[in-house]
Design a protein around this ligand. Structure first.
Ligand code: BTN
Length: 257
């Protein structure tokens, strides 16, 4: 069981002060979206010990076995102009948090966190607009913590803190640290300069610039060399026919040039 008392003891800052903790949910994002629609306060966090239909990007299911990993969704009510930062803030907060647990990470656009080429964290963001006004954003985050045996189809692509460091760590401690890292950046997001922020992201990603990539989209594959992010968070790829900004898809191959 996730130990709420222990988590609240470790937590600093405001995010997660309001906490909805469930043993089992279909998806923490789904529950958080419902709560947010009903007007719940910014900073409220939903966590589950396991998810029966955890949502991943591109309609995939997020592997969510009980008790070992972290499945959480944070409700925010950001200003529309700060929205572009959110996916990257979440990834960066995980990077900073995992560093404090001894892990060197690599950010994979848009917001996967990798360790030794394998995925340790995925982020899924849902936003709600009404009459052109941003009502809320839900930041769903899955971090693999103490899992030791992934299903065969994930074995070569997924990892956990325990598998990488040999040490089992407290989910409560990882969550408290992730939230604090997120909050520090979120509070100052309106002072950030996008270009400076991109440079910061590039320091934590081998893939954002100068990488020969293949990006899988629904019906096409885009090939080229990465050239950083545009003003909307799209990945700029120099292709044979010129530069293209890519807003959706998945990097399936990457070689540093
Ligand atoms: C991805 O495919 O990389 C994104 C995965 C996001 C998974 C997390 S687990 C907690 C939250 N609830 C969900 O249903 N999904 C996100």
């Amino acid at each position: 069981m996730f130990d709420v008392v222990d988590f609240q003891r470790r937590r600093r800052g405001k995010l997660g002060e309001e906490l909805y903790c469930f043993e089992r949910l279909e998806s923490t994002n789904l529950t958080a979206e419902k709560l947010a629609r009903n007007g719940i306060a910014e900073g409220t966090l939903v966590i589950a010990g396991t998810q029966t239909a955890g949502r991943g990007r591109k309609g995939r299911v997020w592997h969510s076995p009980p008790g070992v990993n972290l499945y959480c969704s944070l409700i925010l009510r950001p200003r529309a102009q700060d929205l572009v930062y959110l996916p990257f803030l979440a990834g960066l907060a995980v990077v900073r948090s995992l560093k404090s647990f001894g892990l060197e990470t690599d950010l994979k656009w848009p917001n996967d966190v990798l360790v030794n080429g394998k995925k340790i964290c995925g982020v899924l963001i849902h936003t709600s607009m009404e009459e052109n006004v941003l009502r809320f954003a839900v930041i769903g985050c899955g971090i693999n913590i103490n899992e030791t045996a992934f299903p065969a189809e994930l074995e070569t692509v997924a990892t956990s803190i325990l598998l990488e460091t040999g040490a089992s760590v407290s989910r409560e401690a990882v969550l408290a640290s992730f939230l604090l890292e997120f909050e520090k950046m979120y509070e100052t997001v309106h002072d950030l300069d996008w270009r400076d922020f991109c440079r910061l992201l590039e320091q934590h990603s081998t893939m954002l610039r100068g990488c020969a990539v293949q990006i899988d989209q629904k019906d096409t594959i885009i090939e080229g060399t990465t050239q950083g992010l545009d003003a909307y968070g799209g990945l700029i790829v120099e292709t044979k026919t010129g530069p293209r900004a890519v807003y959706a898809g998945e990097i399936t191959a990457c070689r540093k040039k």
